[in-house]
Write a protein that binds this ligand. Structure first.
Ligand code: ADP
Ligand code: MG
Length: 360
């Protein structure tokens, strides 16, 4: 297995007249056998990062190393990169069998194909054998991606790179494919980078998740850290569904004061009236009674049940502000009703308005 090091890598794309800094001085280390996930909005550089790690593109500056050897010094045939794309790039006129056995045939080991195929079928619980005689035109989206993964696995890859492989599948199929892939990665541990815009998928497959924006990694850590201890406003808003609530307010003598919620403890070294954004996730907004400390009234504008997750999402509003809170499923609340809300102080984040950095 291989340790991947990305050291101060930058990559510019586009033309001289219209350059795009796709990757901006990015550093990252993935230890041997580790699966990391990369999430971030469209255009933030996820695919470019994968292409650089695969050696399909060269950095303008910085280095990419496999086990401390610069990628540029490793011959193509020894890099052992297995890649799976959004649109499984299968050869249209090849039967699945031919795709899956391609690398075995190169090494004159085609006799091993049936046992490897049945091994993959057994681990995933997915009948790969049934698909082998079919061409991509006769495979569903989910089946194509499974064949692509099987093909990548038969390379005995040192490095596995996934670029949103299941994003074209419907939610149910995506869930199933994710579980199969997880089993495969447990059975054949390979250093892997999994790019997705789906944070639930990221958490399901990887212990460490990198959040990217504009060619940089904003924060990397396990989901709990990203969720409960984001370093800035971007990570706080990108991670978490339903999304975090944000309120504008000002610092006054060690307290934060907003339009409706007010008087919450804040560090006292900020200049009087400094603008500060308060962030709080819906699970930390509590329903309370009128005379409770810090209670603020809101009028319920929407109630959405989440049956599987066993909560209901309530949207409440006061003046121009609105916020979300998650309530127990059995509480009866309806639209138009007045509710009293307060913040669990454990769940409060403060952010600098200008930089977005966390300041408390
Ligand atoms: P992501 O995969 O996160 O959506 P990409 O890595 O594909 O992002 O793209 C990063 C940035 O580089 C985007 O702004 C994109 O428009 C730009 N880009 C990607 N490929 C090219 C290209 N071949 N020429 C010019 N710009 C490109
Ligand atoms: Mg992409």
């Amino acid at each position: 297995m291989t340790t991947i090091t990305v050291a101060h890598v930058s990559k510019r794309l586009g033309t001289n007249a219209q350059p795009v800094q796709a990757i901006d001085n990015l550093s990252l280390k993935i230890t041997s056998g580790e699966v990391i996930a990369v999430v971030g909005p469209s255009g933030c550089g996820k695919s470019t990062l994968l292409r650089l790690i695969a050696g399909l593109a060269e950095p303008d500056s910085g280095h990419i190393l496999y086990d401390n050897v610069p990628l540029s010094d490793i011959p193509l045939t020894e890099r052992g990169v297995g890649m799976v794309f959004q649109e499984g790039a299968l050869v249209p006129h090849w039967e699945a069998e031919k795709s899956v056995s391609f690398f075995y045939r190169l090494r004159h080991r085609e006799q091993e194909v049936p046992s490897r195929v049945s091994e993959i079928s057994k681990i995933t619980g997915f009948g790969l054998e049934k698909l082998l005689s079919r061409r991509p035109g006769h495979l569903s989206g989910g089946e194509k991606q499974r064949v692509s993964i099987a093909r990548a696995l038969t390379r005995d890859p040192r490095v596995f790179l996934f670029d949103e492989p299941f994003s074209n599948l419907d939610a149910k199929l995506r869930g199933a494919a994710r579980i199969e892939l997880k089993r495969l990665l447990d059975a054949f541990p390979v250093t892997s980078v999994y790019v997705t815009h789906d944070q639930i998928e990221a958490v399901a497959l990887a212990k460490r998740v990198a959040v990217m924006r504009a060619g940089k990694i904003e924060q990397m850590g396990n989901y709990q850290t990203l969720y409960h201890n984001p370093t800035n406003l971007f990570v706080a808003t990108f991670i978490g569904t339903p999304p975090i609530n944000l309120f504008e307010g000002r610092a006054r003598e060690g307290q934060w004061h907003g339009a409706h919620f007010s008087g919450l403890p804040l560090r006292s070294d900020l200049a009087q009236d400094t603008k500060v954004i308060l962030g709080i996730r819906p699970e930390f907004v509590k329903l309370t009674s009128e005379n409770a400390d810090g209670a603020t009234a809101g009028i319920v504008s929407a109630v959405t049940p989440f049956y599987a997750e066993r909560f209901q999402l309530i949207e409440a509003a006061a003046g121009k502000e609105s916020w979300l809170l998650s309530a127990a499923p059995d509480i009866r609340i309806s639209k138009g009703e007045t509710v009293w809300c307060s913040f669990d102080r454990e769940g409060i984040f403060y952010f600098d308005v200008k930089t977005g950095q966390r300041i408390g």
